[in-house]
Each structure stands twice: as structure tokens, then as C-alpha cells.
Design a protein. Structure first.
Length: 149
């Protein structure tokens, strides 16, 4: 849509049957362009969930780099957690499995937390950008007569 040009909603008829008479009545359904649909999806919450999933993938790929059998810190953590689970009454093989599962669960919690922090920051930036835009809007004279399209 060219700048400065306003476009009203377009409606396409949709046939809805009347259950009482069996006749189909036209129903007015808005017909949105691809750009308008994209904006509506972003406004109704599609964008934050997209950011969340992308940031989860990013953080998981970065944090998994440090989980390798050859990593000394990983080995020490697995050994410490294995001893902890053995002290709780698990046998050696179960304790090792529980330790690996605990590390994986801890990693997933960290990934989720970091992704939510990223979403919070992106929404905060969008909100901060909206403040000057809202302040730059022209005031509306409510006492003036209404104008049609």
C-alpha cells in the first residue's frame, strides 16, 4: 500500500446456513492481504512465540557446546551428581543415568530462562520505541463533528 493512502477492510461473502430455514445467509468476513495478515499475526502474539523458539534454539546450540564427554567441567559435574544420587540410594548405573538426565534438565531450564529474557528485552525495546511514536501523534479534537470516509 503506498504511503499516505488509507485502505478500508474488504469483505468477501461467506455462506452460512440458517439452521431454522435451511437457507444460506451471506456472512461478512474480512479479506486481508498477506501483509495485513502478517501484521495481525504479529499483533496477536505470533511474534513473541517466534522469537522465543528461535532464541531457545540459539541458546541450546551455544550451551550444548560445553556438554561433551571430553570437557573437564562436564565430567566433574557428572561425577559429583553420580555420587549424590548414589548417596540417595541409587545403584551406580542408575545414578549415572540420573546424573546425565539432571544435567540435561538443568541445561533445558537455562535455555528456557535465557530465551524468555531475550523475548522480554525485545518487547521492552518495542515498547520503548512506541513511546516517542505515541507522543508524536496529533491530538484529536473530540468536540469536532465526525467526518466520513
Amino acid at each position: 500500500m503506498p504511503a499516505g493512502q488509507r485502505q478500508s477492510l474488504r469483505f468477501v461473502p461467506d455462506r452460512k446456513s440458517d439452521t431454522r430455514s435451511g437457507k444460506k445467509e451471506p456472512k461478512r468476513v474480512p479479506d486481508f492481504s498477506a501483509g495485513e495478515r502478517k501484521i495481525l499475526v504479529e499483533l496477536r502474539g505470533g511474534r513473541p512465540s517466534i522469537i522465543l523458539s528461535q532464541r531457545q534454539q540459539f541458546h541450546q546450540s551455544r550451551l550444548v557446546e560445553h556438554i561433551a564427554a571430553s570437557d573437564v567441567g562436564y565430567q566433574q559435574t557428572i561425577d559429583a551428581m553420580t555420587r549424590f544420587f548414589q548417596a540417595q540410594g541409587s545403584n551406580a548405573s542408575d545414578a549415572t543415568s540420573q546424573a546425565v538426565a539432571w544435567v540435561g534438565q538443568t541445561l533445558q531450564h537455562q535455555v528456557d530462562l535465557l530465551a524468555y529474557i531475550d523475548v522480554f528485552w525485545s518487547l521492552a525495546i518495542i515498547g520503548a520505541i512506541m513511546i516517542p511514536i505515541a507522543c508524536s501523534l496529533k491530538p484529536i479534537d473530540l468536540s469536532a463533528p465526525t467526518r466520513g470516509h
